[in-house]
Design a protein around this ligand. Structure first.
Ligand code: ADP
Length: 445
């Protein structure tokens, strides 16, 4: 400031000196006039030109360079530059924070849609785009309610009550492949809404399966239980002769056995689901396993037909006599289920062939082929579902639970194996379990 005053005075002194140096009687007046006006005006002009420079510098926004270095204008330009740079820095920081937030929303496994106070789309992530078929170019600022036409969603959207989530059909939902979305709106800010969506198809399917399973188990247990309690009542109320009593008790034992088999199959399934898959360190001799299966099969064939001997042509062909890595109990359960099914569904006198071979690529194959009734093509993909039966009465009559093939599939999966089913109505069926080569070991010399 002092410097400014000093230069101003210098300019005035210079003006006065120039006026004083002029010839004539008006020298003192000219000196005073030039000193006050001329010096002051020149000083003002110079000062204004610096001001204009600063203004132009500000307008151009070239705040990375310094407009002036000295004097009051220099300090002013420096302070403005620093202020602007601080603002720019803050803007950059908040922009990068915004990008971070948006990237986090983008990485979310759920769909996220931000709606303004009019219900128009401000922003959405990729998952939301696929859930609702949104296009980032086309649908920005569109009213969300106009884009999602599901009636359930429309009434939820307009209800203003978003305390619970809504489960609605997904965009690609079809009757054969239902897709379910869980959607919830969360109000925030001034009338804005955050919409979160989640694909709950698998959860809904699991829940439906759980419900079906409980219903099926209850039904399967209730049937023999009803028969049993009927017999108990008969025995309690009616005077029966010895022959009738023995017959009723035998029928009761059959129903009890049926329930026992069901509970045992259910426990097997739950064990298979709840335990880690068997490792590859336990080696089972295929020859002895096949011998056990053959004996069991022959007894079952005889027992089912009330005959002292096996009534089927049961042929065991065990060309691979090495070892198989896995759980003996599980493998035996799966294989005996397949042999048992072949015996149960093939009429007396039918042919059943059980083969264990090593395939050219080193994989192992266990196959059961029968000359039974065969299975129509449409049933084949569903055979391994729990309680799925093609021939309901034959299954029940022969002590089936509807869980056998579900167990076989589980055991196969746990051993890295594949279950293949081929069948032709009226000709017969073949059930194969293909084991990976890593689980097969050749017999040692
Ligand atoms: P189940 O205890 O009823 O036999 P499974 O799960 O073992 O249950 O089999 C499912 C259904 O597949 C059976 O109910 C039966 O209708 C059909 N099935 C299984 N094996 C055979 C077979 N070898 N021949 C004909 N049908 C079969």
């Amino acid at each position: 400031m002092l410097w400014r005053l000093f230069t101003f005075l210098i300019f005035q002194a210079a003006g006065a000196t120039i006026g004083w140096m002029q010839p004539g009687p008006l020298r003192p007046t000219l000196g005073a006039l030039l000193g006050v006006v001329g010096g002051g005006v020149i000083w003002l002009l110079i000062d204004m030109s610096r001001g204009v420079r600063l203004l132009r510098w500000l307008r151009l926004g070239a705040t990375s360079e310094v407009a002036m270095r000295t004097g009051m204008w220099g300090e002013l330009s420096d302070r403005v530059r620093r202020l602007v740079r601080n603002r720019e820095q803050l803007t950059l920081e908040s922009q990068s924070r915004l990008q971070d937030f948006l990237a986090a929303f983008q990485a979310s496994p759920n769909g996220v849609v931000m709606l303004d106070s009019h219900g128009q789309i401000e922003w959405f992530n990729q998952i939301a785009a696929s859930h609702f078929g949104l296009d980032s170019e086309r649908d920005k600022l569109q009213h969300f309610g106009n884009l999602v036409r599901d009636p359930g969603f429309a009434s939820y959207f307009s209800s203003q009550n978003y305390s619970t989530e809504l489960v609605m059909p997904g965009r690609e939902s079809t009757p054969s492949r239902p897709v379910k979305l869980s959607v919830q709106l969360h109000p925030y800010g001034e009338g804005r809404l955050l919409l979160l969506s989640r694909d709950v198809t698998a959860v809904e399917q699991a829940e439906a399966m759980r419900r079906d399973f409980v219903a099926n188990v209850s039904h399967e247990i209730r049937t023999p239980l009803t028969v049993l309690s009927g017999f108990v009542e008969t025995l309690q109320t009616l005077p029966l002769d010895e022959e009738e009593r023995v017959r009723y008790l035998a029928l009761m034992a059959l129903q009890a056995e049926r329930m026992q088999t069901l509970v045992s199959d259910l426990l097997t399934l739950s064990r298979l689901e709840g335990s880690p898959p068997p490792g590859g360190s336990e080696w089972i001799q295929v020859g002895s396993l096949a011998a056990d299966l053959e004996q069991e099969g022959r007894s079952l064939s005889a027992a089912l037909h009330g005959s002292p001997d096996c009534v089927h042509h049961l042929l065991f062909e065990t060309s691979f006599l090495g070892a198989l890595a896995g759980s003996r109990n599980e493998l035996r359960s799966a294989m005996s289920n397949l042999v048992g099914n072949a015996i149960r569904y093939t009429a007396a006198g039918g042919k059943i062939k059980v083969r264990t071979t090593l395939l050219p690529d080193g994989k192992g194959e266990f196959s059961v082929t029968d000359s039974g009734p065969g299975i129509a093509e449409e049933h084949i993909p569903r055979l391994t579902e729990r309680f799925y039966r093609v021939d309901r009465s034959r299954s029940r009559d022969t002590g089936g639970t509807g869980l056998g093939l579900a167990i076989v599939k589980h055991v196969a999966q746990r051993h890295g194996a594949e279950l293949k089913i081929e069948s032709q109505l009226g000709v017969g069926s073949t059930f194969n379990i293909i084991f990976p080569a890593s689980r097969m070991r050749q017999p040692s010399a």
